[in-house]
Each structure stands twice: as structure tokens, then as C-alpha cells.
Design a binder for this molecule. Structure first.
Ligand code: ASP
Length: 170
């Protein structure tokens, strides 16, 4: 429908993730459930499935996601990313390792572009107990920044992308 000009590209996706840690180190997170536009009736999406589109562990950190929810349901990605941080990875390294897991588990031809890479995008927003953050995407080209608010106010930080180019590269 976007390709045919029936709906604007900016209204196709609608999910937002927000994570926070307070001065005592207590952590919270939320991922909205509006999800994929024009979804199949009954499709739940990844947002309300703990461990898929959101996972919070008060001892470690919080991770949420936007993008193709099925990839997160299949890989339990947010739980995986929190577990990587529990093992000592930084938010950035944990996010990249999670994206790499999605890339290596994406083997169905209908989900691969002409380069043999995922034909969809997924983004993760990661926060650890120390307040360190990362925003990572399979493809860093589409969305370039994510928002962070610290004691110094609001700022934008750059996304790190795992793959070059675009999911729809021919
Ligand atoms: N993750 C959402 C879903 O699959 C889509 C989105 O991020 O907007 O429903």
C-alpha cells in the first residue's frame, strides 16, 4: 500500500519503546502495542509478548524493539539482549549480537532480499543499570537517531546499524 501511494510511509509503523532508570538504579520499560499497520486480524505482534518486543530485568537493564515483530517473537530478542548485558556486554555490543542472531536465523527465502540479507528492519533500544544506552538497527540507514533524556536534558544519539544499505536492496 505504501508502494502504491495508498498510505504515507510514515504512518505504516507505529510502535514506540521507552526505557528508564532512576537515581536508585530501578529500571522500567514499555513498548506500545499499536504495532504493524493493516495487520492480519488477530495478529498480536511482539510488543505485548515479554521477551520479544520488551524485556526488563531490574538487576540488568531494559530492552525494547520496533520493526518486524515476527523476528523478535522467533528469537525472543529482547530477552536475549538483556541476557547478553547480564553476561557483561555493553548495551551496544548486546544490541549488535542480538541483531546478528536475527540475521543468522533469517533463512527463509521470502524474508531475504537479493543480497541474501533480511528484507525487513528491526531496531533495539537498550539501557543498562548504569544508565548507558544504545540504539541499534539491522539497517542503520533508515532511522539515524534515537532520543535520550539525562540530567542534562534531551538529546539525540545516533543509531548503529549492523548492515549496509537498505532492507529492500535488489
Ligand atoms: N513491532 C511491531 C509489530 O510487529 C511493528 C512496529 O514496530 O511498528 O507489530
Amino acid at each position: 500500500m505504501v508502494d502504491d501511494g495508498l498510505i504515507p510511509a510514515h504512518s505504516f509503523w507505529g510502535t514506540t519503546n521507552c526505557n528508564a532508570v532512576n537515581a536508585d538504579g530501578d529500571i522500567c520499560g514499555v513498548t506500545t502495542t499499536s504495532g504493524l499497520s493493516w495487520k492480519i486480524p488477530g495478529r498480536t505482534g511482539d510488543s505485548p509478548i515479554l521477551g520479544a518486543g520488551l524485556y526488563v530485568d531490574n538487576d540488568v537493564g531494559a530492552v525494547g524493539s520496533t520493526g518486524r515483530g515476527e523476528a523478535n517473537l522467533y528469537n525472543l530478542s529482547s530477552f536475549l539482549a538483556v541476557e547478553f548485558m547480564r553476561q557483561g556486554m555493553s548495551p551496544l555490543d548486546a544490541g549488535m549480537a542480538t541483531l546478528e542472531r536475527i540475521r543468522s536465523n533469517t533463512v527463509e527465502s521470502r524474508l531475504l532480499n537479493a543480497r541474501g540479507l533480511p528484507s525487513f528492519d528491526v531496531r533495539f533500544f537498550l539501557l543498562n543499570k548504569a544508565g548507558e544506552t544504545a540504539g541499534v538497527a539491522l539497517y542503520g540507514s533508515a532511522e539515524t537517531h534515537y532520543a535520550v533524556c539525562t540530567e542534562n536534558g534531551a538529546e539525540e544519539r545516533p543509531f548503529e546499524g549492523l548492515l549496509e544499505g537498505s532492507p529492500r536492496d535488489a
